[in-house]
Design a protein around this ligand. Structure first.
Ligand code: MN
Length: 224
């Protein structure tokens, strides 16, 4: 069983369905978690956590005031996901962070973000369809992720205007876009990794994206 965090509407929880499709295709049993669940109980009941994509994280979690370019923030979701991430980190239970989820993972462990990337050489919030792979990335050859994906150079989709700035102790950047933005992070010890792109929108067509979910589900199974 893989716990997936969700987005919050006024009286709804929501999640792009491709997350549950991708986890299922990877061999897992997806369970959506609203913030009503007690984080301590989630830790007891689940062996693996996927922190999903969504809006911006409250910069107060990394000691900053909101910048003018900050997008919409969901305080309840932020609290729930930061708490969950810290519990899973402390317990050594596997976490996969996707887009916002990578950012939550990094901040929960003590890192920080760019609140709003300046306009640069590369468009990181693509206007192309979800499954279009708009920019390249390069992975460290010695990373877990390169082994799982089966290479070091890929094209990925990109729907973010924030990015990882400072990495916490115990984590390293293992993937970069050509403009130097951190696109993938993994723990030096422990089953924690995150990607800035959206593999759940690519798994049906791209073997490396499907491989990431298979790996994570298998890793959760090994840990539980
Ligand atoms: Mn990007």
């Amino acid at each position: 069983m893989i716990a997936l965090t969700t987005g919050l509407g006024a009286e709804r929880i929501h999640l792009d369905r491709n997350y549950s499709r991708a986890v299922t295709a990877g061999g897992g049993f997806p369970v959506l978690l609203p913030p009503d669940a007690d984080p301590e109980e989630v830790l007891q009941r689940f062996a693996g956590l996927v922190l999903t994509g969504g809006g911006d994280l409250d910069p107060h979690y990394y000691g900053e005031e909101p910048a003018s370019g900050l997008g919409s923030v969901s305080p309840e979701r932020d609290w729930f996901e930061i708490r969950l991430a810290r519990l899973f980190l402390a317990a050594g239970k596997p976490i996969l962070g996707i887009c916002r989820g990578l950012q939550v993972l990094v901040v929960a462990a003590g890192g920080s973000l760019y609140q709003d990337l300046p306009a640069g050489a590369i468009q990181h919030y693509q206007r192309a369809p979800r499954e279009h792979r708009s920019h390249g990335i390069r992975l460290s050859g010695d990373s877990t992720l390169a082994g799982v994906l089966g290479g070091t150079e890929f094209r990925v989709n990109s729907f973010h205007h924030q990015a990882v700035r400072d990495l916490p102790a115990g984590f390293r950047a293992v993937g970069f876009s050509p403009d130097g933005i951190i696109e993938a992070v993994e723990a030096t010890e422990g089953p924690f990794l995150g990607v800035q792109w959206h593999p759940e929108d690519l798994f049906a067509e791209r073997p490396e994206a499907a491989a990431l979910f298979r790996y994570f589900v298998e890793r959760v199974g090994r840990a539980s």
